[in-house]
Design a protein around this ligand. Structure first.
Ligand code: 5GP
Ligand code: MN
Length: 343
């Protein structure tokens, strides 16, 4: 149980004694980083705290509909304001990440503050020196679920409202592939049920998240699958890549490549899928797997990244083709070292 009575008491004391609270989360925001931030934001507001959300970059369109996204200050759009809020903060919540490498330039700003830190997260291998209070549960399907449990452990479930419920629900469904992944626990469904009791419109939430594709995005996805998919049947692996010119051809926006790697993974017989995406000066790599194949190790040992057992990410500095070559070279050994998980 991450929320022991002692630790919750300390957290509530920190909240009550703080004049300015800031919530930060990781770069390349996803449904869980945004959902958990907004949920905690409205909860702390309901507790009359003075609270601000400061993220490295803006939310993608498929998340922008959520009540609360307009209140997120970002380094990308509003650097001065973020600097000001971070400097004034006496308490900072770190949500959905556990090392400084995940927050881009916000890291330098965080290092300059003397604020107390509370981390709530579900990623593996948390840096235990990163915060004053750490609520880390790597079994948890999402940070959003952990926020629900934080509110519950604080005896504040009566403060849950529709905005908080909608944000937690979004975090849970985006991080669990709509209740599919093995990280889903019986309590995940119990929590979801209690969120539906607050009259959130789950059907509209799913539609906003998954059925609001632009024409460009659908064409980009189709192009990628038709022209860029490489399958290695012997090694049960599929990979795809997109260079800058291709992304520009389909005027790809933030979030447009989300889920591509999962489509590659959905092919029968494929147990690991990888997506290489060229962006300014670096190649961002997304790994997905099924069963016990540890893509987090692949990301950590070879591409300066990490993540979860079945969903991880990393980067490569250099050319896209070199990133792919490097992966293709490493792959046979990785499959061999993890033979039993590929069978
Ligand atoms: P995605 O492929 O969606 O960008 O990332 C999947 C998961 O991998 C994320 O939820 C996050 O846990 C992890 N991840 C992605 N990029 C990085 C990275 O650069 N470093 C680390 N440590 N984890 C990452
Ligand atoms: Mn998460």
């Amino acid at each position: 149980m991450v929320y022991t009575e002692d630790k919750i008491k300390s957290a509530l004391e920190l909240i009550n004694n703080s004049k300015e609270i800031v919530i930060i989360s990781h770069k390349s925001p996803d449904g869980d980083s945004i959902g958990s931030s907004i949920a905690l934001y409205y909860y702390l507001k309901a507790k009359k705290a003075n609270v601000t959300m400061c993220h490295p970059d803006n939310a993608p369109n498929f998340l922008n509909w959520m009540t609360g996204t307009d209140d997120i200050l970002t380094l990308e759009s509003d650097e001065d304001h973020v600097n000001e809020k971070m400097a004034k903060a006496d308490l900072i919540f770190l949500l959905d990440f556990n090392t400084s490498g995940r927050i881009g330039k916000l890291d330098t700003i965080l290092e300059e503050t003397t604020a107390k830190r509370i981390m709530i997260d579900h990623h593996r291998e948390p840096n235990l020196n990163f915060a004053d209070l750490i609520f880390s549960d790597i079994q948890s399907c999402s940070t959003a679920q952990l926020i629900y449990e934080f509110i519950e452990a604080s005896n504040d479930l009566d403060l849950l409202d529709r905005n908080i419920a909608q944000a937690i629900y979004t975090g849970i469904i985006t991080d669990t592939g709509s209740f599919r992944f093995s990280s889903v626990q019986p309590k995940t469904h119990r929590i979801a049920a209690s969120l539906l009791d607050l009259n959130i419109d789950h059907s509209t939430i799913h539609e906003s998240l998954f059925d609001s594709n632009s024409e460009n995005r659908i064409r980009l996805v189709s192009y990628t699958m038709l022209e860029k998919l490489v399958i290695n049947r012997d090694l049960h692996t599929a990979y795809i890549s997109l260079n800058k010119a291709e992304l520009e051809r389909f005027t790809a926006e933030k979030g447009d490549t989300e889920g591509l790697v999962n489509q590659a993974l959905s092919i029968e017989g494929i147990k690991m899928a990888v997506f290489f995406k060229e962006s300014d000066g670096i190649i961002k790599i997304s790994f997905r797997s099924i069963g016990k194949i540890p893509v987090n190790e692949m990301a950590k040992n070879n591409f300066g990244g990490g993540g979860h057992l079945n969903a991880a990410g990393g980067k490569f500095v250099g050319k896209l083709t070199d990133a792919i070559d490097s992966f293709v070279t490493i792959l046979p050994k990785f499959v061999n070292n993890n033979k039993s998980t590929f069978e």
